[in-house]
Design a binder for this molecule. Structure first.
Ligand SMILES: Cc1ncc(COP(=O)(O)O)c(C=O)c1O
Length: 416
């Protein structure tokens, strides 16, 4: 072997000394922004990639920051349930796609809510249907209807803890019983609830999904998703995530994990404000209907009281309020456009209050019949209540509602 000459400037630049690896535990979350990890030997590389030895090979497969985020959500959802693990995803839809692809196949059947998030509805009805997965969209608030829809080939009963946007409350224990009797899984999208309001694994769910883009991140600056459940159920989800490439990036994982630290503070405050906004809107003469489970008369109120956490402020009923003015779709759009403080924007769960006309935006995948089946009025506007002062929000919503009368939308004049 000849003696190696000193490396050239490019080699020296690429092969810099590694950053120190502290032995002290950092309080903040380190961002492991590396797509790949180097090994001492080929054998070690093969063993880690083959899952025979723990470790990291490639960040689509596993990444310490992203895995740490998923483990943190698993800890919050599984606080009273042992052996819960998680997988992190690049978005809520990536998480939903991976779960549906893991547990269905051509010929499999899914029972899903008629009032599901539009993206989930579209994925099942437009995309997975092409691969032979059949879905019945039913009223999830009625366990008897769900039971009647279940067939021998049903693999998944899908529920949303709080439905988007009707705020219907899923009776999780009854749905779990119906699913398990048929050998199916109960999968719960708990994006609207967060573990601060309800932890579905404690009520019989097999898997819980979040769009972490929403309350978990909490600041509308990161996109991500997460699936948690008992280790045995979760095991095949990782394989599908690796195949489909929906892994969460480490920078996003850093932001989402940081969001978890203030999740209870934010969500409790948002729930309190939402209750006040819902009550004020319900008193306004321009309003035909307010969907909020904290209001007397909401069909999910008693189920929420049974399943949701309560603090000194009472039961936490979530922080999304759906307000339907008189006057149909145009009135709904005019209500959203009349807001000054609340922003017209998609998404929810952040510090800013966001509003959107539902039928033309988040649920545009649904035709008039599907909207009616989901109990969504063409004029409904969804409000995601943020961290502003309640009085300012009530003032903003009241002003926009009162303006509907002045521009003649409320009596249907613009609607004809
Ligand atoms: C209830 C629910 N689930 C899933 C999603 C999808 O999440 P993402 O936008 O992070 O893919 C959304 C998005 O609005 C949602 O509201």
């Amino acid at each position: 072997m000849t003696e190696q000459p000193p490396p050239g400037e490019n080699t020296r630049a690429v092969h810099l000394p590694p950053s120190p690896m502290p032995h002290q535990a950092p309080l903040g979350t380190p961002v492991w922004r590396s797509a790949t990890f180097a090994f001492e030997t080929s054998q070690e590389y093969a063993d880690v990639l083959g899952d025979r030895v723990p470790g990291y090979t490639y960040s689509r497969v596993d990444n310490p920051t992203s895995d740490g985020f998923a483990a943190a959500v698993a800890a919050l959802e599984g606080v009273r349930v042992g052996g819960v693990t998680g997988q992190a995803f690049a978005s809520g839809m990536a998480a939903i796609t991976a779960v549906l692809m893991t547990f269905t196949h051509a010929g499999a059947h899914v029972v899903a809510p008629a009032a599901a998030y539009g993206g989930t509805y579209g994925l099942l009805s437009e995309l997975l249907s092409r691969f032979g997965v059949r879905t019945d969209f039913v009223d999830m608030t009625d366990p008897a209807t769900v039971r009647a829809a279940i067939r021998p080939e049903t693999r998944i009963v899908w529920a949303e803890t709080l439905a988007n946007p009707t705020m219907a409350v899923a009776d999780l224990p009854a749905l779990a019983e119906a699913a398990h009797e048929a050998g199916a899984l109960l999968v719960v999208d708990s994006t609207f609830a967060t573990p601060v309001v309800c932890r579905p694994l404690e009520h019989g769910a097999d898997l819980v999904i979040h769009s972490a883009t929403k309350y978990i991140g909490g600041h509308s600056d990161a996109t991500g998703g997460v699936v948690v459940g008992r280790t045995g159920v979760m095991a095949p989800v990782r394989g599908v995530r690796i195949h489909t490439g929906g892994m969460l990036a480490p920078d996003e994982a850093f932001l989402l994990r940081r969001g978890l630290e203030t999740l209870p503070l934010r969500v409790r405050r948002q729930c309190d404000t939402a209750a006040l906004v819902a009550a004020a809107a319900a008193r306004h003469p321009a309003v035909a209907r307010v969907d909020y489970p904290g209001l007397p008369g909401h069909p999910g109120r008693e189920t929420a009281r049974r399943l949701f956490d309560a603090g000194p402020e009472g039961t936490r009923f979530g922080a999304v309020v759906t307000i339907t003015p008189h006057g149909g779709a145009q009135a709904g759009m005019a209500l959203a456009d009349g807001l000054r403080l609340a922003k017209v924007a998609t998404s929810l769960g952040g510090t800013h209050t966001l509003a959107g006309h539902i039928a033309s935006t988040t649920h545009r995948q649904m035709d008039a019949r599907a909207l009616a089946a989901a109990g969504i009025d063409p004029g409904a506007v969804r409000f995601s209540i943020g961290l502003e002062d309640a009085d300012d929000l009530i003032h903003d919503v009241n002003n926009a509602l009162t303006a509907l009368g002045r521009i003649g939308v409320q009596d249907g004049a613009l609607n004809s």
